[in-house]
Write a protein that binds this ligand. Structure first.
Ligand SMILES: NC(=O)CC[C@H](N)C(=O)O
Length: 205
């Protein structure tokens, strides 16, 4: 099917512009998404880094929680970085009172697990599915995945064993921020999912 992938970045709070820039550089038709009708017009959604409790609250205030949950249930590809990974998780540790997630990723994600001393750090991360070179990963008050279900597949871990990239079906999450280091391979993987799903729909119809 012709045309570039039409994808959105949830634009309620967080590093929206960085994601739009990477997606656009990869040839996608990328736009900010704040409203249900904007979500309905895209084929995939990025949930940016930022503050997951704020994004959660705004998503509910803007009437976006339910439409995003429905899109996830319908198989729309989504990619969450950091706060976005937290928002995709079915279970979270260290939530502020009343904090909710969109869910869909059968995993437990712990917020702010690296503590205040080492709240931010960078490292080169081996991600076997992406091959060489390693990913230069920037962690900013980052979460980590502490448990995951049988359908979820860890893609990368730190030397201490903490899982920091994970995938389950159409959902991809990283605890770090490829959008801020010029790393494009995770976004490219997300866009592949979008195009493959489009192909499947075309074959099915
Ligand atoms: N860089 C980030 O996205 C930080 C995530 C933030 N600590 C949260 O819990 O939402």
């Amino acid at each position: 099917m012709a045309g570039s992938a039409r994808v959105g970045v949830l634009a309620l709070q967080g590093d929206v512009r960085e994601h739009l820039a990477v997606l656009t550089a990869l040839g996608a038709d990328a736009r900010p998404v704040r409203r249900p009708q904007e979500l309905a017009a895209v084929e995939g959604l990025v949930l940016p880094g930022g503050e997951s409790s704020v994004i959660d609250k705004l998503a509910r205030a803007f009437g976006m929680q339910q439409p995003i949950r429905e899109a996830i249930a319908a198989g729309m590809p989504m990619y969450g970085t950091c706060a976005g990974l937290i928002l995709l998780a079915d279970r979270i540790d260290g939530a502020i009172e009343g904090q909710q997630t969109f869910g869909g990723l059968d995993a437990r994600v712990a917020r702010n697990v690296f503590g205040s001393q080492t709240a931010s750090f960078e490292t080169d991360l081996d991600v076997p599915t992406l091959g060489d070179p390693p990913v230069h990963a920037v962690f900013i008050r980052a979460p980590a995945v502490t448990e995951w279900g049988p359908d979820a597949e860890p893609l990368a871990s730190l030397p201490d064993g903490r899982v920091v990239a994970i995938e389950q079906g159409a959902l991809l999450g990283t605890a770090f921020h490829p959008e801020s280091t010029g790393e494009t391979r995770f976004h490219a993987r997300f866009l592949d999912r979008v195009r493959n799903r489009r192909g499947a729909d075309v074959v099915a119809s």
